[in-house]
Design a protein around this ligand. Structure first.
Ligand SMILES: Cc1ncc(COP(=O)(O)O)c(C=O)c1O
Length: 390
């Protein structure tokens, strides 16, 4: 596994690489934005998908016991969470699952809690389903985000029905501790608030941190939680559009499944179960190697920024392959930050305002790329900032 080599993704219909002219105004822009990795997948997944493709008929697909066992085995072994196969429902994506959960657990006009800055589709699944955003911004304290339990409780007291929890947190990089999750859970129980836990980043956790599945913390929390999961971030297969939810409460599951059925999106992608089985049964060594590489990239970026751009403040990540950087000292509005990146530096990080008002002045760097690419992007960024300063 050589993560130092950049696979040439140009001309592969890559969302990240093949839209550079359209989105950023130049084919020479280095893309470190949308969350997929510039690393080839685990050979086990590639082999399984190639063998599946060589069958030559891409017909409607059923789930096998092997598929369900692969999922439950992974969460048992990696997260000490014993799931029952009856809890699982397939979904074409975690974001579609979030949307379905919002539709089934709330009514139009209801308040749904998010903790900004947060992954931008969280807002869409609330607003586009005609619910209302109840933002409880995270508190940035000593370079680390914390939940604001006072603001959370106020929203719940005021009638919010649901929390969209991002765990681990994108873009803030937090891997929530058991204590934090339990404190949130106590509030949810007290005010009868349900939880949609987006745990897509659950496997991308750096040493010294532990991901706790929210629903695994107690039966009272499991009762009120819909957990949205996928092998897509972990194993870099998001284009296969394969994901699932785990719901142990039969009443909640019936509601969720009813909406899946109404939308008629219950069938699985031809390649999805094949890739999922390979990932969860053979992918772990690849994942461990990726985590080591990404953590080194993370430390490299933080050191580089400290030496070359000490005015900027990275928020160290405990997990995910994303680095959130506080660039407010540049004093640039979102449009100017974009110009600085796309036009002057010829790089594309994610501009922070898409993650909410609390993201204004921040940038999100995708660290899942060869070290040379990261180094080149940081160099270009530094030089562009030096040019505007001179
Ligand atoms: C927190 C979070 N949820 C969901 C997704 C995307 O999920 P999907 O592609 O399965 O809809 C992402 C992708 O970056 C993410 O960061």
């Amino acid at each position: 596994m050589n993560f130092n080599e950049l696979p040439d993704r140009r001309g592969t219909l890559s969302y990240k690489w093949d839209q550079r002219e359209k989105l950023f105004g130049g084919e020479d822009v280095l893309p470190l934005w949308v969350a997929d990795m510039d690393f080839k997948c685990s050979p086990a997944i590639v082999e399984a998908v190639v063998a599946r493709a060589s069958q030559g008929i891409y017909g409607y697909t059923i789930k096998s016991k092997e598929y369900v066992d692969a999922i439950t085995g992974w969460f048992r072994d990696r997260h000490h969470w014993t799931m029952d196969s009856s809890w699982l429902t397939d979904s074409p994506g975690v974001v579609p699952s979030l949307s379905i959960a919002v539709r089934t657990l709330t009514s139009p006009g209801d308040q749904v809690i998010v903790m900004s800055p947060v992954y931008n589709p969280f807002y869409d699944v609330i607003v586009k389903n005609e619910r209302t955003i109840a933002d409880s911004p995270l508190i940035l304290k000593d370079g680390r985000y914390e939940m604001d339990f006072v603001a959370l409780e106020k929203h719940m007291r005021d009638g919010a029905k649901l929390v969209l929890l991002c765990s681990p947190h994108n873009p803030g990089g937090r891997v929530w501790t058991k204590e934090e999750l339990l404190q949130l859970g106590d509030l949810c129980i007290k005010y009868d608030v349900q939880v949609v836990a987006d745990e897509i980043h659950c496997d991308l956790v750096f040493d010294g941190n532990t991901h706790y599945p929210f629903a695994s913390l107690s039966s009272a929390l499991a009762e009120r939680t819909v957990t949205c999961l996928a092998p897509s971030k972990t194993f870099n297969i998001p284009g296969l559009q394969t994901s699932f939810v785990a719901i142990s409460n039969p009443d909640l599951k019936r509601l969720f499944d009813g909406e899946v059925s109404a939308l008629s999106i219950g069938s699985v992608n031809f390649f999805g179960p094949t890739a999922t089985i390979a990932a969860y049964t053979q992918g772990e060594p690849w994942l461990e190697a990726v985590l080591t590489y990404v953590k080194d990239n993370h430390d490299y970026a933080i050191q580089y920024l400290g030496e070359h751009l000490p005015g900027l403040t990275p928020v160290p990540s405990e997990g995910t392959y994303l680095l959130w950087v506080d660039c407010r000292s540049l004093g640039l509005a979102p449009a100017a930050l974009k110009r600085l990146m796309y036009r002057d530096a010829k790089i594309a990080f994610n501009e922070g305002s898409i993650y909410g008002k609390t993201g204004v002045g921040f940038l999100r760097i995708n660290l899942a790329c060869p070290r040379d690419v990261l180094a080149e992007a940081l160099t270009r960024f530094t030089q562009a900032i030096e040019r505007i300063g001179s």
